[in-house]
Design a protein around this ligand. Structure first.
Ligand code: A2P
Length: 324
């Protein structure tokens, strides 16, 4: 079926809200103050260094001025080798509407230190802004811009939908924010979160999501996918798409509904596996709610590749993708 097929009408297409953007521009950033910086992996012995950072933006145009799914910018101090100011980096907002304290003053993000090797000469590479932010102490000031983003948002009428959120790593940030809004409000939305991490110790906000699943047993379902925990019965990596496949008996019923929206955020490459799995667990009509497939690529998902996204495997407006 091609996207231009006029006979196909997809039900349940969400209207996105009009949102404010760029209230604070990079040429004139505002000053925020770090109020919290804590490890947010399940264990301090996790393979990655990931922190939850909260910043007070009271009295600035950023106060109470974002919605879940948007980002804010951080302008790192110092200059490049050519004497220019560093470019700003965008970080997904992890706080729900109203922020961490409900009054709109505290914004937050989920930050992973970038620590890597240069490919050519195998010398150490440390991400400039992520390490700057992760080093900040409570009370330190930071230059901010934003908010940014108008596509990866909750719909204008959030109660009209169910949600399947699929995250790996710090891709959890916008979902922490969205889940905060969805569960706070008294609405019939059902939320299933699939969270992927290399080891159990790397799960982010695990305690919070486990608590929420207990507090909202009918509305919030927390499903994890630990990739590197291999056992005699689990001999292949378990990715988020494997969790989708394993939990298909429950999830296909939800996916068939024209209320359901899928949001994917995290490591680039995960979207192909998820799309392939959706194509194996869903009948063609249900699949067409989320994906418009060019007939020329055939019906065998194993033959599809990432280059086909988005032209030949085109997400509909019921599937939101943010991978990096
Ligand atoms: P792995 O690295 O074991 O292959 P983090 O951001 O903390 O590194 O977590 C990213 C998670 O996403 C890891 O569990 C990683 O598994 C997993 N991952 C890597 N590639 C893919 C992919 N193509 N599809 C889904 N998950 C993936």
């Amino acid at each position: 079926m091609s996207e231009s097929d006029p006979s196909v009408t997809i039900q349940g297409i969400p209207q996105l809200p009009e949102v404010q953007q760029h209230l604070v521009r990079p040429t004139d950033p505002v000053t925020g103050t770090v109020t919290v910086s804590r490890v947010c992996t399940k264990s301090k012995k996790a393979a990655g260094f990931v922190r939850h950072i909260e910043i007070d933006v009271s009295g600035t145009p950023l106060e109470n001025a974002w919605v879940p799914g948007q980002s804010f910018g951080v302008v790192p101090p110092g200059q490049t080798d050519n004497g220019k100011s560093h470019k700003l980096r965008l970080y997904s907002i992890a706080a729900p509407t109203g922020g961490e304290t409900g009054d709109g003053t505290i914004i937050s993000t989920t930050l992973k230190r970038v620590v890597d090797e240069h490919w050519d000469d195998h010398t150490l590479f440390t991400g400039l802004c992520s390490n700057y932010l992760a080093d900040l102490q409570v009370g330190d000031q930071v230059q901010l811009t934003g908010p940014a983003g108008k596509r990866f948002l909750l719909p204008a009428d959030p109660a009209a939908h169910n949600y399947i959120f699929i995250a790996t790593g710090t891709g959890i940030a916008p979902f922490r924010s969205m889940i905060g809004d969805l569960l706070k409000a008294d609405m019939p939305a059902r939320v299933d979160l699939i969270m992927g991490a290399p080891y159990e110790s790397d799960l982010l906000y695990d305690e919070d999501f486990t608590e929420l699943a207990k507090d909202y047993p009918n509305r919030f379902h927390y499903r994890t996918a630990i990739s590197r925990h291999l056992t005699p019965t689990q001999t292949k990596k378990l990715y988020v798409q494997s969790r989708l496949q394993e939990d298909a008996p429950v999830l296909t019923e939800i996916l068939k509904s024209d209320r359901t929206l899928i949001y994917i955020c995290g490591i680039a490459g995960m979207e192909l596996g998820i799309i392939q799995t959706l194509a194996t667990i869903l009948d063609p009509t249900s699949l067409s709610q989320y994906l418009s497939i060019d007939p020329e690529i055939g019906t065998d998902p194993a033959q599809w590749n990432r280059k086909m996204i988005p032209r030949k495997l085109k997400p509909t407006k019921r599937m939101f993708l943010e991978v990096y």
